[in-house]
Design a protein around this ligand. Structure first.
Ligand code: SF4
Ligand code: ZN
Ligand code: ZN
Length: 306
């Protein structure tokens, strides 16, 4: 087969668009999609400092490489941070990978440990008896860590490497949990307001996970391949499998779901009255106490009882 754009030998067929790609045209298509996503959602302003959360997986390294390339024209400054959740063996390799890529690109790299920020590693949390799954707790703690890191580094724009698959999975999880209020937080851009001081952006929001894997492979990127030992605890893995199966039989169905997720999330109005301040830490929340403070108190209790 030949590339639909330049006539070179094709290495990939994009089923949802019916187009064949050679290596060069495929990589270009991914980078152009990221540029389009950034401009479609007004993610960045000229000259802004951006905090990139890079875990060392294929998606975050792809985001780092692409943003490093394209933000030069924006005169933007990039700062990289990695969260070390304290998962034995899993995170060590990833930290080394991110450090090497940052050295290669000459970018500042900061590491923040859950243990220093919150007093617990995820391995310690996993060993305590608790109501929530380890992975859900880790997700809540990671979001809080991002707030704290951005504050410490004094940066207002935080980019994460969530891809299209992540967004539609989270959309379905929120629907299944009847958690409609959180839908807006899953949008490709969450603009800063007086309540939310940072702008959260997802520059890979319109790219399929499997295409990011191919992009990394074609770049000979060394990324962390070991799966997190806690990742199968949640419902996400099941939803991922169902969506992949649907996409195989109906190419483009993930894109349709993505657009529905954006439409539904944007149409939900959350009145200011519904947003309260956590009585412990003061961050915006929908109940008296935010999930982070609720879980932290539960862990302290559990620890005291052991
Ligand atoms: Fe944390 Fe879950 Fe990610 Fe593992 S898979 S690092 S537990 S959020
Ligand atoms: Zn081509
Ligand atoms: Zn709180």
């Amino acid at each position: 087969m030949i590339c639909s754009f330049c006539g070179e030998k094709a290495i990939y067929y994009r089923a949802y668009s019916g187009k064949y790609f050679c290596t060069t045209c495929f990589k270009k298509s991914i980078e152009e999609k990221v540029i389009k996503t950034i401009s479609k959602y007004n993610m960045l302003n000229y000259g802004e400092k951006i905090l990139l959360m890079v875990s060392g997986g294929k998606d975050s390294l792809a985001m780092l490489r692409i943003l490093n390339k394209i933000t030069k024209e924006h005169a933007s400054e990039i700062v990289v941070a990695t969260i070390d959740e304290g998962i034995k063996e899993y995170r060590d390799d990833a930290l080394e990978i991110v450090k090497n890529v940052c050295n290669e690109l000459n970018l500042p790299h900061h590491i923040f440990k859950f243990k220093d920020l919150f007093g617990y590693t995820i391995d310690e949390i996993a060993s305590l008896k608790k109501e929530y799954s380890t992975c859900s707790i880790c997700g809540i703690f990671r979001r809080r860590a991002m707030d704290l890191i951005a504050q410490k580094l004094n940066i207002q724009v935080v980019a994460t490497a969530h891809n299209l698959d992540d967004i539609i999975q989270t959309f379905l999880i929120n629907l299944l949990n009847n958690d409609l209020k959180r839908l807006k937080w899953n949008l490709p851009v969450h603009y800063e307001t007086s309540i939310f001081p940072q702008r959260r952006i997802k520059p890979l929001a319109e790219i399929y996970e499997e295409e990011l894997a191919l992009y990394s492979f074609l770049n000979n990127e060394r990324f962390q391949k070991m799966a997190c030992p806690y990742m199968h605890e949640g419902i996400r893995s099941q939803i991922r499998e169902i969506l992949n199966e649907l996409e195989k039989n109906h190419p483009g169905i993930k894109y349709s779901l993505y657009h529905s997720a954006i439409g539904v999330s944007n149409s939900l109005a959350i009145s200011k009255k519904e947003i309260k301040k956590c009585k412990i830490c003061g961050i915006p929340t929908f109940s008296e106490k935010c999930s982070f403070c609720t879980i932290l108190a539960e862990l302290k209790n559990e620890n005291a009882n052991n």
